[in-house]
Design a protein around this ligand. Structure first.
Ligand code: S3P
Length: 439
């Protein structure tokens, strides 16, 4: 990416990062489940969200997209299947690279008399699905996975689901959401608790579709079924996980100063900002609006030559789970040691992110130590140029592209196409802030 001898130009200006991926999936799915016509704006136009749109179309939702610009769909008009339920698709539903598509769909399908085969790409076909299948089976659905607990999975739904009180062993919004969505089809109280609070977009968005959700101090959430979704108009704010890459790039490149407006500032997503503040970074956020129940605002970040290491606790991890790679890069450029605790979930993301962070940072001369579910990064005075692989993982691709801006010597990032999953225009936005025009 960068010239080995020149200093990179500073990042300066304002960028509206594309729509939040988690909210985009939920907006499309909930509108597809609802009775009537919904209008969605700001939905992320990325490969993962296209997987959800295509799946919902196969299941009978009528989805019309008006235009597409800068990784954002124009207004999406969705007529859901409502009380008729999803239709039996004629073939398998391909979830591509998207764990959220596969796992949330399992919960959607569990309560209807359909038999649906869910498939995914090579990466998704390695990821654990029993964490969803088991609670759904305890409610009366059948979810047949491979013997390894992976896709392809066959969901045989049931019209007579039992409500569940499920204590999830992992803090996962995908597990929580799947069980709650199935709970909408059961008669009675379905409650999910988790060790630490995961992102709560489902809890905040279902009420817009007319469904009451109770939050639980355990932490967790619950619903009363049967409950039917009614159509809604939803505006999706920018994705804090995408913003995180531009924020850290601004912290690391001398002279930078960026503003990222209209980003979701949901506290279950902004753990990375709290960690960076603790490290002494020049970052701030200001709430300017609410989109439904989602707080939305502007994130500001400026060059931060003096950052110091911190401890990221297991309790904080769900609020920054997708930001660990880019935070590990920030830690590599800080003084002292940063320790991440309770990060075992990184091993089952789009790649084994824990191993990938260790490999990538080590290749740049950073000292790292790690165990099954922890990681320590020692700050380095200078990162050295290296050949880095995305391993087909979008968040690694963007982390290494940011790293390439500050390495001493040439850095080559392989597999940058993976960015299409969540932030297809990342390089264009980064170069735009650097005053470079992408042809
Ligand atoms: C997501 C939840 C998280 C996150 C993923 C999106 C969601 O996964 O890593 O990118 O939209 O619910 P887990 O539920 O596995 O933690």
């Amino acid at each position: 990416m960068n010239d080995p001898v020149s200093v990179p130009p500073p990042l300066r200006g304002t960028v509206r990062v594309p729509g939040d991926k988690s909210l985009s999936h939920r907006a499309v799915l909930f509108a597809s489940m609802a009775e009537g016509r919904s209008h969605l704006s700001g939905v992320l136009a990325s490969a993962d969200v296209r997987s959800t749109i295509n799946a919902c179309r196969q299941l009978g939702a009528r989805i019309h997209i008006e235009g597409e610009d800068c990784a954002s769909f124009g207004v999406i008009d969705v007529v859901g299947w409502g009380t008729l339920g999803p239709s039996q698709p004629s073939g398998p539903v391909d979830c591509g690279n998207s764990g959220t598509t596969a796992r949330l769909l399992m919960g959607v399908l569990a309560g209807w008399p359909v038999r649906v085969v869910l498939t995914g790409d090579e990466s998704l076909s390695r990821r654990p699905m029993r964490r969803i299948a088991d609670p759904l089976e305890s409610m009366g659905a059948s979810v047949e996975t491979t013997p390894h607990g992976t896709l392809p999975a066959t969901v045989q739904g049931s019209s007579t689901l039992r409500p569940a009180h499920y204590a999830s062993p992992v803090s996962s919004a995908q597990v929580k959401t799947a069980v709650l969505l199935a709970g909408l089809r059961a008669t009675g109280h379905t409650r999910v608790t988790e060790p630490h609070l995961s992102r709560d977009h489902t809890e905040r968005l279902l009420p817009a579709f007319g469904v009451a959700v109770e939050t639980d101090p355990a932490p967790g959430a619950s619903v009363y079924g049967p409950a039917h979704l009614k159509s809604a108009d939803v505006a999706v704010p920018g994705d804090p996980s995408s913003a995180a890459f531009l924020v850290v790039a601004a912290l690391l490149v001398p002279g930078s100063e960026v503003e990222l407006p209209e980003v979701s500032l949901n506290p279950t997503r902004t753990g990375f900002l709290r960690v960076l503040e603790r490290m002494g970074a020049d970052v701030s956020s200001e709430e300017t609006a609410t989109f439904g129940l989602e707080p939305v605002g502007t994130i500001r970040a400026g060059y931060s030559p003096v950052m110091s290491g911190t401890v990221v606790t297991a309790e904080e991890v769900p609020s920054l789970v997708d930001e660990v790679p880019i935070l590990a890069l920030a830690a590599a450029c800080a003084s002292g040691t940063t320790r991440f605790e309770g990060v075992g979930e990184l091993r089952v993301k789009e790649s084994d992110r824990l191993a990938a962070i260790v490999d990538g940072l080590s290749a740049m001369g950073v000292v790292v130590r790690f165990g099954d579910d922890w990681l320590e990064v020692d700050g380095a005075r200078q990162l050295t140029g290296a050949v880095l692989s995305s391993q087909g993982d979008h968040r690694l691709a963007m982390t290494w592209i940011v790293a390439a801006q500050v390495t001493h010597g040439q850095t080559e990032v392989q597999g940058v196409d993976a960015m299409a999953v969540s932030y297809p225009d990342f390089i264009r936005d980064l170069r735009g802030l650097m005053g470079r025009v992408t042809p």
